[in-house]
Design a protein around this ligand. Structure first.
Ligand code: SF4
Ligand code: SF4
Length: 699
């Protein structure tokens, strides 16, 4: 049996050397770019959250299990990797023991003859085979040739995936052959439990040679698989747990990441700041976390299948956004890692200097500017890839270095610069809505009034846009009825900076945010209620990056609490069928799903029906990511797609909780009415409007 041990160990040394060389290459490539110390710091300071994420997402496969049956299949295949490590310990132990004693009957000390372990090994191997069959079925059913872009595998490397399924299959059948042959020869360490191996042992002839060849085949397939894994998308087996570890918690949603230069938060006051270093312009500007995202993508296409841009025929696929960068990085890797490019020819230099975004770039501008920052991709990604971070960093470079962005958005930028709101209206108009109320609203005069509990952050839309003003007045009235003392900033309030930041204009965001934080801090604000989910998200999740930390709630959270406490009592029935649209920055970005629904459930007479895509799978209205301020020229309009979906529920009313969603859905509904595709009475309202109607009994 000596020859078996020699062949087995030589194969192992060779395969580990090849795989190790590749791992070293991947490490070096990932670390060519700027550092990301904040990611390590974050993992350290959020160790408990990160440990929980490993348990829930990696070992528990929480995200994948939402996608039954592929999630169940993946669960078993992944656990097979862990449990069958014990079979490899036995296999290596057997070839070594066989070489020494002539009998390959090694068992793991203490637990190695325990029937439960034998059962677990056989069970998980059978479950893995079943998982492979499910994967094959899913791939055949979702064949891109058949389904075109509606297949989530469209654009993925299909050959590699089939090869990996084939290799895992080979590992499992050789496992059973080796264990069956061992059982036939009396070398299997289990006398019970290993139900398949023992049954095979009864069927197979006694043959030492068969056992030796089967052992080598089993080890050999695993080693070939190892080499394939580190050279393919299946690298995620090793990188996904790392990517989960270094991702933000609870996920890469909520606040946008701070812009950094050389790992430090950007300081626009710094005279030495190199303006060419803002954002990401070339692949070499990618941090190791970005590379970890590239290495972790399994090409499963779950992100793509949920993306509103992709689903309305735009060129943006979040999956391809990651894969195109990854493929380009591999293409230029030798040059990127070279100490010097002094003697490189001009083609090499051109490849290295290839812009990340551009007509001739790695990513087409139409791809970059199609994103609504809705977060559907990040929410679904089973390996916690943070697509929005990539998009924002590329936008930052385009906007601040190249001055290249959709021209329509330029008007919004100018208005923010000059007037502090995207519409360019006078700041004095910000308090006009107050005059339409029949009670007093306190306006902050430098300091918050002593008796005011909340600062009501009205937002630009809430103060200046006619439809959103109705929500503002409803919320103010409800707070007044409930006896909640609040004040507003009035003309002192400026845009939070969300549209500027999501466009990539970090400088302008910083300016507006600092101005607001100064106002809020000087006024002594502690608690804020906001009606706009974009304001809510920025105030709660982004202002702390700049020293503004407040307790921020969305109006639906506060109103739901007031209803629960009996301070607001909806009494007048509203006999309507309502479908609720989840605003992305309230739902996915901040996980506020239940409160708006709770409010509606308390209004007598209301019947609700969910749209097919709701809660964490809700479909964007098309306004996020500063898309509100850009023309939508490619494909079907996202708001039209959403209203088409709403119409399938035959609603009397569409409700939501965001001024931008109100505008986008309202526009699409009006278009449908004009075309005779929606009833004249159909309207879109904020849940606060429903509540005030029921509380006051107004018509
Ligand atoms: S954030 Fe939304 S629009 Fe942007 S890539 Fe992800 S799913 Fe698509
Ligand atoms: S980015 Fe995530 S969801 Fe999208 S294809 Fe890759 S692994 Fe799948």
């Amino acid at each position: 049996m000596l020859w078996v041990a020699i062949i087995g160990l030589v194969m192992t040394v060779l395969a580990v050397a090849v795989a190790g060389r590749r791992a070293l290459f991947l490490f070096k490539l990932a670390t060519v770019g700027p550092p990301a110390p904040e990611r390590i710091e974050y993992a350290k300071t959020h160790a408990a959250d990160e440990a929980k994420a490993q348990l829930v997402e990696v070992f528990g496969q929480k995200k994948l299990l939402k996608w039954t049956p592929s999630g169940v299949a993946h669960f078993f295949v992944m656990w097979a990797f862990f449990i069958l490590l014990t079979v490899y310990i036995e296999a290596y132990g057997s070839i070594i023991q066989g070489a020494i004693t002539g009998r390959p009957n090694f068992h793991i000390p203490l637990i190695g003859t325990w029937g439960v372990l034998g059962f677990l090994q056989d069970f998980i191997a059978v479950a893995c085979l079943a998982g492979l069959a499910v994967f094959a079925g899913i791939r055949i059913k979702n064949e891109p040739k058949k389904l075109g872009r509606s297949s989530r595998f469209s654009g993925s490397h299909l050959g590699g995936a089939w090869l990996v399924l084939f290799m895992i299959f080979n590992i499992i059948w050789t496992l059973f052959l080796a264990r069956g042959a061992a059982a036939a020869n009396g070398n299997l360490p289990y006398s019970s439990g290993a139900f398949v191996s023992l049954a095979l042992g009864d069927a197979l002839p006694q043959s030492a040679l068969l056992e030796e060849i089967a052992l080598l085949l089993h080890i050999g397939f695993m080693l070939v698989f190892l080499v394939i894994v580190v050279n393919s998308k299946h690298l995620h087996i090793f990188t996904a747990p790392l990517n989960v570890l270094f991702s933000r918690r609870p996920d890469g949603l909520g606040g946008a990441v701070e812009m950094r230069v050389d790992g430090k938060p950007v300081d626009f006051e710094d005279e030495d700041l190199d303006p060419e270093r803002l954002g990401r312009g070339k692949i070499g500007d990618t941090t190791w976390k970005g590379f970890l995202d590239f290495y972790s993508c399994t090409e499963c296409g779950r992100c793509q299948s949920q993306c509103p841009a992709w689903n309305t025929d735009k060129p943006l696929s979040p999956k391809m956004l990651i894969l195109d960068q990854r493929d380009h990085a591999f293409k230029v890797a030798p040059y990127l890692m070279a100490a010097s490019t002094e003697h490189a020819d001009k083609d090499v230099l051109a490849l290295l200097e290839k812009p990340l975004v551009g007509e001739e770039g790695v990513i087409h501008p139409d791809v970059l500017w199609s994103c609504t920052n809705c977060g559907a991709c990040v929410e679904q990604c089973p390996v916690d890839i943070e697509h929005i971070d990539h998009i924002l960093d590329m936008r930052r470079y385009q906007v601040m270095v190249e001055s290249s962005f959709p021209s329509e958005a330029g008007v919004m930028v100018k208005n923010l610069e000059n007037k502090g709101n995207p519409w360019g209206m006078s700041e004095m108009k910000r308090a006009d809505w107050i005059e339409e109320l029949d009670f007093e609203v306190e306006v902050v005069d430098e300091k918050m009034p002593e008796d005011a509990e909340y600062l009501f952050w009205v937002g630009c839309a809430g103060a200046l846009e006619d439809r959103a003003k109705k929500t503002t007045k409803a919320v103010a009235e409800l707070l007044h009825i409930a006896g909640v003392k609040f004040a507003v900033l009035g003309p002192m309030e400026a845009c939070t900076g969300d549209p500027a930041r999501r466009l990539g204009m970090e400088y302008l965001f910083n300016m507006l945010a600092q101005q607001n934080i100064e106002t809020l801090n000087e006024a002594g604000v502690k608690k804020i209620v906001a009606t706009c989910p974009h304001c809510f998200n920025t105030l709660a999740n982004e202002y702390p990056q700049l020293g503004g930390t407040y307790e921020v709630v969305h109006h639906t959270q506060l109103l739901s609490k007031l209803v629960d406490e009996g301070l607001l009592t909806p009494i007048t029935p509203i006999e309507e069928k309502i479908t609720y649209h989840d605003p992305c920055f309230l739902g996915r970005h901040n996980k506020v799903y239940s409160q708006p629904r709770d409010i509606m459930s308390k209004v007598p007479g209301v019947t609700t029906q969910e749209m097919h895509r709701h809660k964490d799978r809700g479909f964007c209205c098309g306004a996020g990511g500063a898309r509100m301020w850009m023309e939508e020229r490619i494909g079907k309009r996202i708001n039209t797609e959403r209203v088409d979906e709403a119409l399938t529920t035959n609603p009397d009313t569409v409700s939501t909780a965001c001024p931008f969603c109100m505008v986008m859905l309202g526009d699409a509904i009006n278009e449908k009415k004009n075309n005779g595709e929606a009833k004249e009475s159909l309207e879109v309202v904020d849940v606060a409007q429903l509540l005030i109607k029921s509380v006051k009994g107004a018509s």
